[in-house]
Design a protein around this ligand. Sequence first.
Ligand code: CP
Length: 307
Amino acid sequence: MSKLSQKHLLGIKNITRDDIELIFETADNFKEVINRPIRKVPSLRDVTIANVFFENSTRTRLSFELAEKRLSADVVNFSASNSSVKKGETLLDTVNNILAMKVEMVVMRHASVGAPHFLSRHINAAIVNAGDGTHEHPTQALLDAFSIREKLGSVSGKKVAIIGDILHSRVALSNIFALQKLGAKVMVCGPPTLLPKYIHTLGVQVELDVQKALQWCDAANVLRIQLERQQIKYFPSLREYTLYYGITRKMLDELNKEIVLMHPGPINRGVELSSDAADSAHSVILDQVENGVAVRMAVLYLLAATV
Ligand code: CP
């Protein structure tokens, strides 16, 4: 297979295992490219891509922008906080105005679940979901699975624990879909108040004890407590959360086994991860960031072929 089955990347739920494997094989090539002295290829010359961010981002926005530039695309960046959205312009009007300037692809982050899906029904450009509310963050899941494959040789048959605030996390849902499609066993671990009620319908194991989750898994993907999405208190205090769910270097060392420690970022240092754990030899957190550029190059390159 040399083409994706979809014209957009809206989520992992609606792509196939073949799509994911094609993205990984393409990303392997691009990872080699971005480690050469000349890191640019002409693959997307004359393609214009708009990065349209209605929510804050560091890694995803910069990673997409770098991926686009490494592919020689023309890039425009839109940030809602200093735009005419503040004057009341709608999402559809905003994007249609950007497209009128001859843009072929839109990378979009939005706080509302389904915003990129809505756009895909109304505009004639390829759309990449860079995170929609608490729903999906497909390129994060792809780079996470790619990093597990790189570190452990494959994803199939591996045990991956996703630990932390599952309820508010778009990374968790996209990771569950991607890992299961690739044949991994998935566990979620967190306080009961931060596990969604529907979690049992997703075919994952549920564990409340973080020590047991760490003992079980080959890779632990630790998620941030998303205080900005929490309108009520889900646990008594951050101190208590850290006491029961915070992961330290000592806990990892005492497992007496290889464990791949991941975090999508941004890290709340001293809350879900101690600094000595985040910066330890177990951690592949910065490898995830490096892989993000190669994976996003692959996604954009393959989607451009479907436009
Ligand atoms: N992982 C991630 O989405 O980080 P940003 O919010 O900084 O893009």
